[in-house]
Design a protein around this ligand. Structure first.
Ligand SMILES: *Cc1c(COP(=O)(O)O)cnc(C)c1O
Length: 221
C-alpha cells in the first residue's frame, strides 16, 4: 500500500467533524510530500528541530502540530509558525509559549495534556493541576492574550485491553465536557492514534493523530 492509499482509506472512514493529523516524525520529506500531494495539510511532529527543518523545506500552506513533550527553552524555534501545540503540561511552559507568541505577534493555539494513562511515564496534568492552571489563566487574561486554549489532549495506556482504553478516553471526554459547561469554549479533543483511533472517535475525539497506519512503521536508529 502506498502512503496516498493509506491516507485515503483512513480519511474515508473518519466522520466529517474529526480532524486528521498525519504524524510524520522520523519520516523523510519525500514521504510527507506524498501525503501532501494526496491532499494532507496537517502534519504532526514530536521534535522541534525536525519539525522546523521540515517546515523550512516544505510548502507553506501546511499546518504544523507539535505533538511531543516540549522543552521550554525550545519554544522560540517553533513560535513563528507552529499551528497547534498538543502537549502543554505545565504553567511554566504555557507562560513561555505566550511570551514567544507575543514576540512573533501571534496567538498560538494550545491543548492541555491530561494524564489519563496508568503508566507513570506518560506526561500530563492531573485534574487538580488542570483546575489550578485554568484558574490562573482566567485570573490573568490580559497577560495570556497570546495563547488560546483550544482543548485537551490525552494518551491512553499502551495495552491490548480495550475496556481500559475506553475507560480512559471516556474520562478525558467527561473532563472536556465539564470544562465546556463551566468556563471554557473548547473545540478540540485530541485523542486516538493508529491502534485506537476508532475507539477514540466513538468516545468523542475530534482530532486523531495517526502515524504508522499512514507512513508505515517507524525506524528508530
Ligand atoms: C507517535 C505519536 C502518535 C502516532 O502514533 P502511531 O501509533 O504511529 O499512529 C500519536 N500521538 C503522539 C503523541 C505520538 O507521539
Amino acid at each position: 500500500m502506498s502512503i496516498a492509499n493509506n491516507l485515503n482509506k483512513i480519511k474515508n472512514t473518519l466522520p466529517e467533524h474529526v480532524i486528521l493529523v498525519a504524524v510524520s516524525k522520523t519520516k523523510p520529506i519525500s514521504d510527507l510530500m506524498e501525503a501532501y500531494n494526496a491532499g494532507q495539510r496537517i502534519f504532526g511532529e514530536n521534535k522541534i528541530q525536525e519539525m522546523t527543518d521540515k517546515y523550512e523545506k516544505m510548502p507553506k500552506d501546511i499546518q504544523w502540530h507539535m505533538i511531543g513533550h516540549v522543552q521550554t527553552n525550545k519554544v522560540k524555534y517553533m513560535a513563528p509558525y507552529v499551528s497547534l501545540i498538543h502537549g502543554v503540561d505545565s504553567f511554566k511552559l504555557l507562560k513561555e509559549i505566550n511570551k514567544q507568541a507575543a514576540k512573533n505577534n501571534r496567538i498560538i493555539n494550545c491543548l492541555l495534556q491530561i494524564h489519563i494513562a496508568e503508566e507513570e511515564t506518560k506526561f500530563g496534568l492531573d485534574e487538580t493541576e488542570l483546575d489550578e492552571m485554568l484558574k490562573q489563566i482566567q485570573h490573568d487574561k490580559e497577560t495570556f492574550r497570546n495563547i488560546k486554549i483550544a482543548g485537551l489532549m490525552g494518551m491512553a495506556t499502551f495495552t491490548e485491553n480495550q475496556n481500559q482504553i475506553k475507560k480512559e478516553f471516556l474520562r478525558l471526554k467527561s473532563i472536556f465536557d465539564k470544562l465546556n459547561t463551566e468556563h471554557f469554549k473548547l473545540n478540540t479533543l485530541s485523542m486516538g492514534m493508529s491502534g485506537d483511533y476508532e475507539l477514540a472517535i466513538s468516545c468523542g475525539s475530534t482530532m486523531v493523530r495517526i502515524g504508522s497506519s499512514i507512513f508505515g512503521n517507524r525506524n528508530y536508529q
